[in-house]
Ligand binder design. Structure first.
Ligand SMILES: Nc1ncnc2c1ncn2[C@@H]1O[C@H](COP(=O)(O)OP(=O)(O)O)[C@@H](O)[C@H]1O
Ligand SMILES: [Mg+2]
Length: 382
């Protein structure tokens, strides 16, 4: 049997755990023309949730367009993608789609042929001098009129929405807001990882997206449901799994779905021969994952300053202690608060450390902590 615990890509259908409540909730919002900001820390499963939502909506014949702002480096690309994806959601015939896009003013169809000969219809600015913002608004208005003509509701998803600020800021945001407000047949979901950025975009008065929609904060998957999913798969695979094992996995993964999937994947492989999960398999799994990812950690480590490394080590050794507290400074002797603060800032900028909701600083990638522990262990053995 193939390993059912998938990670590092979109997880769908029977490989996707729970989120029933969120799926129902979002479906209701979409079908009633709502606008939702979906926020959570990274790797909590926003993108997977959106793909599963889209699968369900399409089954019920609701057209959906998914846009990842991360994949669109500039506004022209974004405008083209929005226009093509929304039109494709309604019209799947390549010929008709191409003709439809040829009627636009600011955009024109773009045909790309992949090595296997398959053809994709996209859209691009009709000339290099075309204003890409005018193209974006035209594309969205076009989507509205397509949906209106068929009296259908269309969902448009903007994933990694906080990236919107890279397209020249306020002007784009304002134009987008008024287009969104004008559209009666389009529902929107804006998803973003950088929690604070997303929240300030939506909650600060005077910002273009202030109160444009409801905020849905995606938390961890409830333990009961996730535990049933995990033990269900191990049972179907014919594995024996000890009492309490799944709880331990959820603890080790700190309830982050990505981490839990990786742990379960590793445990499934380690226990494959005997079809029996042992405590040893579980406790070894995070170290094994850290080992698999070590080329990446090596590079990050090489690029960190001495103080940054010491700080990372101290954070791993003393996870409960604020690095700015007196106790921490006395214990680890890393110098004055100003230099610790500067190091923390650059570690956060690199994405290695986050300021967690509880107010503490921690490693973004928990497995990196296990890698650092491995380095320390090796050092102590030398
Ligand atoms: N409901 C779920 N069931 C199973 N795995 C999940 C689920 N949600 C997230 N994951 C795991 O977490 C990984 C990251 O999810 P992703 O949707 O990319 O998170 P985000 O978009 O919030 O950063 C996925 O590749 C998958 O392994
Ligand atoms: Mg995502």
């Amino acid at each position: 049997m193939d390993n059912p615990f998938r990670y590092g890509r979109i997880v769908r259908g029977k490989y996707f755990a729970d989120r029933e409540k969120e799926l129902e909730d979002l479906k209701r919002e979409v079908l009633s023309g709502g606008r939702v900001f979906l926020v959570s820390p990274r790797r909590f499963g926003k993108t997977c949730l959106l793909f599963n939502l889209i699968d369900r909506l399409r089954e019920k014949d609701t057209p959906c367009a998914y846009l990842d702002l991360n994949a669109c480096p500039d506004l022209a690309e974004f405008s083209g993608a929005v226009t093509a994806e929304t039109a494709r959601a309604i019209e799947s015939n390549a010929d008709k789609l191409s003709k439809m896009l040829a009627t636009l003013t600011h955009l024109r169809p773009r045909v790309t042929v992949s090595p296997d000969g398959s053809m994709t219809i996209g859209a691009e600015m009709s000339s290099p001098s075309t204003d890409p913002l005018a193209g974006l608004i035209e594309g969205l208005d076009h989507a509205e009129s397509l949906a209106a003509r068929q009296s259908r509701r269309m969902l448009i998803v903007f994933d990694e929405f906080s990236d919107i600020s890279k397209y020249d800021g306020e002007k784009v945001e304002k134009a987008l807001r008024s287009a969104i407000q004008r559209h009666e047949h389009l529902s929107y979901i804006m998803a973003g990882s950088e929690q604070s950025v997303m929240i300030s975009m939506i909650r600060e008065t005077g910002r273009p997206f202030y109160r444009l929609g409801r905020v849905m904060e995606l938390g961890p998957i409830p333990r009961k449901e996730y535990a049933e999913f995990i033990s269900g798969w191990f049972e179907r695979g014919g594995y024996d799994i000890p009492e309490g094992a799944v709880q331990r996995i959820l603890d080790l993964g700190e309830d982050v779905p990505h981490n839990i999937q990786r742990l379960c994947h590793a445990i499934w492989e380690a226990a494959r021969n005997d079809a029996e999960v042992t405590t040893e398999h579980i406790e070894r799994a995070p170290f094994e994952i850290a080992q698999q990812d070590s080329p990446l950690y090596e590079i990050l480590w090489q690029n960190a300053s001495q103080l940054q490394r010491s700080l990372l080590i101290a954070l791993v050794e003393d996870p409960g202690l604020s690095p700015l507290s007196k106790e921490f400074m006395l214990k680890h002797g890393l110098g004055p608060p100003s230099s610790i603060q500067a190091s923390l800032r650059s570690l956060m900028k690199k994405g290695l450390v986050i300021h967690a909701i509880g107010g503490n600083y921690e490693l973004t990638d928990g497995f990196m902590g296990y890698w650092i522990r491995g380095v320390l262990k090796k050092r102590s053995e030398l």
